[in-house]
Design a binder for this molecule. Structure first.
Ligand SMILES: *Cc1c(COP(=O)(O)O)cnc(C)c1O
Length: 459
C-alpha cells in the first residue's frame, strides 16, 4: 500500500494551494486555512493526514453507499483493467461489463425502463436528458416542445445544461445561465414556504405551480419536467406526500415527459431502490450516477423508458450524442459488482426495515434542541433546520452563518455533516450500523450545543 502520510499535512496543503483549483470553492479563503487532506477510509470512517478519525455522515458526496474499503469493488476494477481497460461503444462496438450492467439496470429499475444511455457523471446524464427529450419531440413532429421545467434550488449538475436545469441563483449568476428554454418553478419546501398550510395542502399548491407554468408557456411548448424525488444539495427538501402524485397527474394531462433525477435517491438512499418508487410516480427518463458505483468509479447514465426509446430507435436514425467514456468497461464492471453487493447483502432492504427507521427515530430526537426548528428525513437522508425561534420558524438573522459554525464544529468533533445555508444535512453510507448511528446522533447533539453557545443562545 502507498503511504500517503509520508508527507506532512502542511506539505500537502502547500502544494494543494499552489496547484489545485477545487470545485465549488472560494480559493482565497481555502488558501488561508488549508484543505483537510483525507488519506484513507474504511467502512463509514474517514482518516485525515493527521490520523484523525471522522465519521462520514455524507457518504463522500452522497455516493459511497456500500461504505469504504470494499475489496470486491477493487478486485472487479483490477480484473477488468487487466482484461479490457477501455474500449469505446461507438462504431458498432460494445463490451461485456457495459452489456451486463445494462441488463442488471433493466432488472432493478421500474418496469418501464429497459435501456440505458451511459455517461461519465450525473451532469453529463442531465445534458443527455436535454438532448434526448428535445430529440424525442422533434421525432414526434412537435419541435416547438423544447422547454424543460425545473425547480428553484434544484441541483442537476454543473455542466452548462446541468447548471441551467439546477435552480441555484449563485450558479446562474456566473456565466450567463440558464441556457434558453429552461424555466424554474417553486420548490416544494414546506418548512420555509408552507406557513399557514398543512403539508398536504402545500404539496398540492407547490405541484400546481407546474400546471400554472405549463398554462403560461403553452403546453405545446413544453417538453419535460425534471425533479429530484428528494432534493439533495438544495438542503434535503422532502416534498409532502401529495406532491409527486399531483406532478404525475399534470404531466399526464399535458402529455409532457417526466424526468426523475435519481442521482442521490437511486440505489437505496430512501430505503427503496429508486425515489420514484418511494413517492409513487412513474418517470419517462431517470438520471443515475453517484450510488451506481458507490463512488468507486465515475459513472452516470440515463434510464430511457420504452415509450421514449421506441421513438428514438424506430424513427431516429443516428443520435449525434455520446461520450468517450460512455459504457466504460471498468466503471461498468465496478457498478455491476456494487449493485450485486446491494442485492446479495440486502443493504436496501436493511435501510428500509431496520437501520433507516432507527436513524429517523433517533434523528427526530434532535428536534428537542432549542436551535432546531425541524428534524426531517426518510431512509438514510435527513436534515435539521437551525432557527432562532422554534415556534415562528424564524431563521437566524445572518442567514447561513449558523450552518457554517455547526459544520465546523462537526468536523472538529469527528463528524461530516454538511450545511446548506442553515440546514444541516446527512446522507450516510447505507451500511452504517446502529452503534454508528448512535455515535452520529451523539456528535450531532454536541455540535448543536457548541453552535448554540457560539450564537449566544441559552440552552
Ligand atoms: C451530484 C448530482 C448531480 C451531478 O452529478 P455529477 O456526477 O456531479 O456530475 C446531478 N443531480 C443530482 C441530484 C446530484 O446530486
Amino acid at each position: 500500500m502507498t503511504q500517503p502520510t509520508s508527507r506532512t499535512t502542511a506539505q500537502w496543503q502547500a502544494d494543494d494551494t499552489r496547484h489545485y483549483l477545487h470545485p465549488f470553492t472560494d480559493h482565497k479563503q481555502l488558501a488561508g486555512v488549508g484543505a483537510r487532506i483525507i488519506t484513507r477510509a474504511e467502512g463509514v470512517y474517514l482518516y485525515d493526514s493527521d490520523g484523525k478519525q471522522i465519521l462520514d455522515g455524507m457518504a463522500g458526496l452522497w455516493c459511497v453507499n456500500v461504505g469504504y474499503g470494499r475489496r470486491e469493488l477493487a478486485e472487479a476494477a483490477y480484473r477488468q483493467m487487466l482484461t479490457l481497460p477501455y474500449y469505446n461503444s461507438f462504431f458498432k462496438s460494445s463490451n461485456p461489463p457495459a452489456i451486463e450492467l445494462a441488463t442488471l439496470l433493466a432488472q432493478v429499475t421500474p418496469p418501464q425502463f429497459n435501456r440505458v444511455f451511459y455517461t461519465g457523471s450525473g451532469s453529463e446524464a442531465n445534458d443527455t436528458n436535454v438532448r434526448l427529450v428535445r430529440r424525442y419531440w422533434d421525432l414526434k413532429g412537435e419541435p416547438s416542445r423544447h422547454i424543460i421545467i425545473s425547480r428553484e434550488n434544484a441541483y442537476h449538475g454543473s455542466t452548462m445544461a446541468g447548471a441551467s436545469l439546477s435552480g441555484m441563483k449563485s450558479m446562474h449568476a456566473q456565466g450567463g445561465l440558464p441556457i434558453p428554454g429552461i424555466v424554474h418553478i417553486e420548490q416544494p419546501y414546506w418548512f420555509e414556504n408552507g406557513a399557514g398550510r398543512s403539508p398536504e395542502e402545500y404539496g398540492l399548491h407547490a405541484a400546481r405551480q407546474l400546471e400554472a407554468a405549463i398554462e403560461r408557456l403553452g403546453a405545446g411548448n413544453v417538453a419535460a419536467f425534471i425533479g429530484e424525488p428528494v432534493q439533495g444539495a438544495g438542503g434535503v427538501i422532502i416534498p409532502p406526500e401529495t406532491y409527486w402524485p399531483e406532478i404525475q397527474r399534470i404531466c399526464d394531462r399535458y402529455g409532457i415527459l417526466l424526468i426523475a433525477d435519481e442521482v442521490v435517491c437511486g440505489f437505496g438512499r430512501l430505503g427503496e431502490w429508486f425515489g420514484c418508487t418511494a413517492f409513487g410516480f412513474r418517470p419517462d427518463l431517470m438520471t443515475v450516477a453517484k450510488g451506481i458505483t458507490s463512488g468507486y468509479q465515475p459513472l452516470g447514465g440515463v434510464m430511457v423508458s420504452d415509450k421514449v426509446a421506441q421513438v428514438l430507435i424506430d424513427r431516429g436514425g443516428e443520435f449525434y450524442h455520446g461520450y468517450t467514456y460512455s459504457g466504460h468497461p471498468v466503471a461498468c464492471a465496478v457498478a455491476v459488482r456494487n449493485i450485486r453487493l446491494l442485492m446479495d447483502e440486502g443493504i436496501v432492504e436493511r435501510v428500509r426495515t431496520d437501520t433507516g427507521p432507527y436513524l429517523q427515530r433517533r434523528w427526530r430526537e434532535l428536534a428537542a434542541h432549542p436551535l432546531v426548528g425541524e428534524a426531517r428525513g426518510v431512509g438514510f437522508i435527513a436534515a435539521l433546520e437551525l432557527v432562532a425561534d422554534k415556534v415562528s420558524r424564524r431563521f437566524l438573522p445572518d442567514r447561513g452563518a449558523s450552518g457554517l459554525i455547526c459544520r465546523d464544529h462537526c468536523f472538529a468533533n469527528g463528524l461530516v455533516m454538511r450545511a446548506v445555508q442553515d440546514t444541516m444535512i446527512i446522507a450516510p453510507p447505507l451500511v452504517m450500523a446502529r452503534e454508528q448511528i448512535d455515535e452520529l446522533i451523539e456528535k450531532a447533539w454536541r455540535c448543536l450545543e457548541l453552535t448554540a453557545r457560539d450564537l449566544g443562545m441559552r440552552t
